[in-house]
Design a protein around this ligand. Structure first.
Ligand code: TA6
Length: 286
């Protein structure tokens, strides 16, 4: 079995001891840099050279086994949300994933292949590709003899100038469950603006979502395949205060646009079947 260090690629992939002395990978390409922790196969950083980070990280995040990292891209599997007596959002983000392979193809990108260590009858592979954009692909395979059902979501935190000034586009006409009201609505507006805690699960949303940020003078593009659910979340002040691993005023500078298959779009795989969720994030000048 290779050690993490064996996966280093000079000038491309460096293994280092990150926060909380957790093992991490620093990735460098001609266009961008990224940072990924083995804990949760958690991407904690992605930015284009000369640009502002695209991902938000909480300054109060934990970096300990048994605790999720707050910010970046939490990998949510095999359930979304709370479960009585179980870890919220599943166990994948709490596991130390195996680093199967690192590659630096001739196109200048860097590709990291992680696998969730499980004894159960499914396999979870996560391929992170760092280039001018960041691509994440989560593939679940049913290796057992019975059907296997699960939810999954790449719960991405985006860095923004200030929440009151951004708008999210691409969800017009899509129905959503307002998790705070427990009611269903249809998105009427061409854009979503934020004036309070927002926690919405949009279903049948397959298109690209844009985060338009006049303060940082950029539009973040979240495009995806194999995903029917999009979650839009900002905790606002009261929930921020209740979260010990999140600064009271950090809600001003982040928004989550999460791509997955949750609730009615949970996936059931027959034996031998496979399902992939792919998300690409990019940014353009606004
Ligand atoms: O994606 C939105 C959400 O389900 C919110 O309800 C909020 O709980 C958020 O996830 C963060 O959950 P976490 O378990 O990471 O604190």
């Amino acid at each position: 079995m290779k050690t993490l260090k064996d996966h280093e690629i000079p000038g491309r992939v460096t293994i280092f001891s990150g926060k909380g002395d957790l093992p991490a990978m620093r990735v460098e390409t001609e266009w961008s840099t990224a940072e990924i922790y083995q804990h949760g196969a958690h991407i904690t950083g992605f930015q284009k050279k000369g640009g502002i980070p695209l991902l938000f990280m909480s300054g109060a995040s934990d970096f300990h086994h048994g605790k999720p990292i707050r910010g970046g891209v939490p990998v949510i599997f095999p359930w979304f949300g709370g479960r009585e007596g179980m870890a919220a959002h599943g166990f994948a983000r709490l596991a130390d994933w195996d680093l199967v392979e690192t590659l630096a193809p001739s196109d200048g990108s860097v590709r990291l292949h992680f696998r969730l260590p499980v004894e159960d009858e499914f396999e979870v592979d996560y391929i992170v590709t760092v280039a001018a954009t960041l691509t994440m692909e989560l593939t679940v395979t049913n290796t057992g003899a019975a059907d296997f059902s699960f939810e999954t979501c790449l719960h991405t935190y985006f860095q923004i100038g200030v929440i009151e000034n951004i708008e999210v586009a691409g969800l017009q006409g899509v129905r959503y469950r307002d998790e705070l009201l427990g009611e269903d609505f249809t998105e009427a507006g061409a854009t979503i603006r934020f004036t309070a805690e927002t926690d919405r699960v949009y279903q049948d949303s397959a298109g690209t979502v844009e985060i338009r940020d006049p303060q940082l003078q950029r539009t973040i593009l979240v495009s995806k395949s194999g995903s029917k659910s999009t979650v839009v979340w900002n905790p606002w002040i009261e929930k921020s205060i209740r979260m010990p691993d999140f600064g009271d005023d950090e809600y001003h500078h982040m928004v989550c646009v999460e791509s997955g298959n949750v609730g009615e779009h949970a996936i059931t795989l027959a034996p031998g079947e496979q399902s992939s969720l792919k998300v690409e994030i990019d940014s353009l000048p606004l």
